[in-house]
Design a protein around this ligand. Structure first.
Ligand SMILES: [Zn+2]
Length: 270
């Protein structure tokens, strides 16, 4: 019996969910997403054109129902940060065995990370780089490096153009997907790696050690960015004692929003 909590069922998140949900151990899923499925999503998404204008979370629930009718799905049409659904979301996280973050923006990733540390749950994250030139997959366990540790380490050591935001084809992302769209092929490769790592983390639990905590996989040769296509860059990122996010782990009952906002404020460049 495995209970999965997932935020984000865009083109990448839905692909991860589709793959992971084929694992027969999965018995319960919670899906959190507030977005509508729109015309410009169709080219890269698993949902058909007839589903346009539906909520992605509901459509993901239907997708699972059509393939895994035995699966118990809880659909939460909401942003992760919304107050109105907080209790339901926190209860779902408390019950989950593993979580998947396929959020399309940085604040939600930090918020997701804070919730996971608060509830001591393992989780994974996938990020397709804008233009589909490659992508990251990361895995996290309680007391390991947090997303803040990872993001600040990568900002120091990886020379990718950070002006291009990681993109899971997010229409509301900082870089409009119509400007630098990732192809369905790029999204599928990174989402498949994300699903694979999620299932291996599930298999191995705290003993999981693929030799990295974050992996960058290049899909294209891009002058001054990536020397080669199809090269893996493996990062073993330790928990940073100076991390501005995880050095102040909010305890149960403390205001998570306030603690997180304080941490994010400290991360802003001076
Ligand atoms: Zn940290």
């Amino acid at each position: 019996m495995v209970n999965l909590f997932q935020v984000g069922v865009g083109s990448g998140g839905m692909t991860v969910l589709d793959i992971v949900s084929r694992d027969p151990r999965l018995t319960h899923v919670t899906i959190v997403d507030a977005d509508y499925y729109l015309h410009h999503n169709v080219l890269r998404h698993l949902f058909p054109i007839a589903d346009v204008d539906g909520r992605k979370a509901n459509l993901a629930g239907q997708w699972l129902q059509d393939r895994r009718p035995d699966l118990k799905a809880r659909i939460i049409v909401s942003r992760l940060e919304d107050d109105a659904t907080r209790q339901m979301i926190e209860a779902s996280i408390a019950e989950c065995d593993i979580a998947i973050c396929a959020a399309d923006n940085e604040p939600t990733k930090y918020y997701f990370d804070a919730l996971m540390r608060q509830h001591k749950k393992p989780w994974t994250l996938g990020e397709v780089l804008a233009g589909g030139i490659g992508g990251f997959v990361h895995w996290f366990i309680p007391h390991g490096p947090c997303y803040g540790c990872v993001a600040s380490h990568l900002r120091r050591s990886v020379t990718i153009d950070t002006g291009k935001a990681p993109d899971y084809s997010a229409p509301a992302g900082p870089v409009a997907e119509t400007t630098i769209p990732a192809s369905r092929a790029s999204i599928s490769v990174i989402a498949s790696l994300h699903a694979q790592i999620t299932l291996q983390l599930l298999d191995n639990g705290a003993a999981y050690d693929p030799g990295f905590t974050s992996m960058l996989y290049t899909l294209e040769k891009v002058p001054s960015v990536f020397e080669e296509a199809y090269r893996t860059h493996r990062f073993r990122i330790p928990r940073s004692p100076e991390c501005l996010v995880c050095r102040d782990v909010p305890t149960a009952g403390e205001d998570l929003d306030r603690a997180l906002n304080d941490a994010l404020d400290r991360l802003k460049p001076l």
